[in-house]
Design a protein around this ligand. Structure first.
Ligand code: NAD
Length: 354
């Protein structure tokens, strides 16, 4: 394998487009050979960063030396750019949410199939350490069988940026952070969904949601809460999980956390009643110290390779994509169910036809 043999051009050199350039710089098999952005200020930034700024999308697509593109533009433009790229014989890495809805995604995958080209969606948070620790707890049952997972991201800064406030561009937090947390849930839990209930919030008065809550019930008994908020001046922990043998918590992205499990070595010790408010309680008293074991978080599950190494392997026919398009489709279906549940207030029960 020659070094840097896979050439890519980044379409949309904004916040995430320039982050892709940094990610690819660390990769020995993929090389950024240029960018295209409709905004001349961003085109200038690209030139200054050492990347040729193509004058138009056509110019990128006509360039036979370009093997693949990365789409990092606002969400409403992904589908058309991808379909044109496939028609020109390019592979596509597309930012999340891959499209605005299921219908657009089906058009995109059909175009990829017809061209015989690769489409990989950048669901990068499958590589997040906090998630990989929880996945390890789930797979290895280190606190027993999980039956409740709470996955939250909280901020107090409202909806960021400009286009994320507008429906026409695919704004709102369900399509922004929601897609990551839902992708993690469906990647981790190998079970059918039996019901989904959801509530979207519009506290800031935007036309798109500034946060949401969704509870997904899986056939294997797991109740999975996902909550995204942008009006939380005090944040709740990133993860709170309950298993048949204990409880786990990850507070934040610096991996502060612990597990507390039942100590099987000691006989059952009755907790002592505590004063709680104006009453007494034994039920809600903390377990006695000898009855539990406080442990450190387990080692994270390891992905077989990084996103870009996997992309290069897929192009070379050496591996399957880690982010598979049928998984992406299932997440988009779930997003549609959450939007519907938010609109109607009803629980969606006939979700999982996949
Ligand atoms: P941004 O506004 O910072 O950048 C978008 C850029 O695209 C801008 O420079 C804009 O001028 C350019 N652009 C718009 N329409 C274009 C077109 N038709 N052709 C070429 N350029 C065009 O937005 P962002 O935060 O970088 O988000 C871009 C995409 O990346 C979105 O889909 C977003 O959801 C995704 N994203 C993913 C992650 C992640 O962790 N995976 C993080 C942030 C953003």
């Amino acid at each position: 394998m020659h070094q840097n043999s896979h050439s890519v051009v980044i379409i949309g050199y904004g916040g995430m487009g320039s982050y892709h350039a940094k990610l690819i710089k660390d990769n020995k098999r993929v090389k950024v050979v240029g960018t295209y952005d409709i905004d001349s200020v961003r085109a200038e930034a690209s030139t200054q960063d050492g990347y040729r700024a193509y004058p138009s999308l056509e110019a990128v697509l006509e360039d036979k030396t370009v093997e693949s593109i990365v789409i990092a533009t606002p969400n409403d433009s992904h589908k058309d750019i991808a379909v044109r790229a496939f028609a020109s014989g390019k592979n596509v890495i597309c930012e999340k949410p891959v499209t605005m809805n299921v219908g657009e995604f089906e058009e995109m995958t059909a175009a990829a199939e017809q061209a015989g080209k690769v489409l990989m969606v950048h669901q990068n948070r499958r590589w997040d350490e906090d998630f990989l620790i929880i996945k390890q707890m789930y797979d290895r049952k280190s606190i027993g069988d999980l039956f409740r997972i709470e996955s939250r991201v909280h901020g107090a800064n409202g909806i960021p940026g400009d286009w994320r406030h507008l429906e026409v561009h695919g704004g709102g937090m369900l399509l922004d952070w929601g897609v990551h947390l839902l992708d993690q849930a469906l990647f981790m839990i190998d079970s059918k969904i039996t019901s989904v209930s959801s509530r979207l919030s519009f506290i800031l008065g935007d036309e798109v949601d500034d946060g949401f809550e969704a509870t997904i019930q899986f056939e294997n008994g797991i109740s999975y809460l996902i909550e995204v908020g942008t009006t939380n001046f005090i944040t709740l922990p990133r993860w709170y999980v309950k298993g048949t043998e204990g409880t786990g918590i990850i507070e934040d992205w610096s991996m502060t956390g612990r597990t507390v499990t039942r100590n099987r070595e000691v006989e059952h010790v009755e907790p002592k009643p505590i004063q709680a408010g104006v009453g007494l309680t034994k039920t809600m008293a903390p377990p006695s110290e000898e009855a539990t074991i406080t442990g450190v978080l387990p080692e994270p599950f390891r992905q077989p390779s990084s996103f870009y190494d996997n992309f290069a392997d897929v192009l070379d026919g050496k591996a399957e994509p880690i982010v598979k398009n049928d998984q992406v489709l299932r997440v988009l279906n779930l997003i549609e169910a959450i939007f519907e549940g938010g609109r109607t207030g009803e629980t969606v029960r006939d979700f999982d036809q996949y």
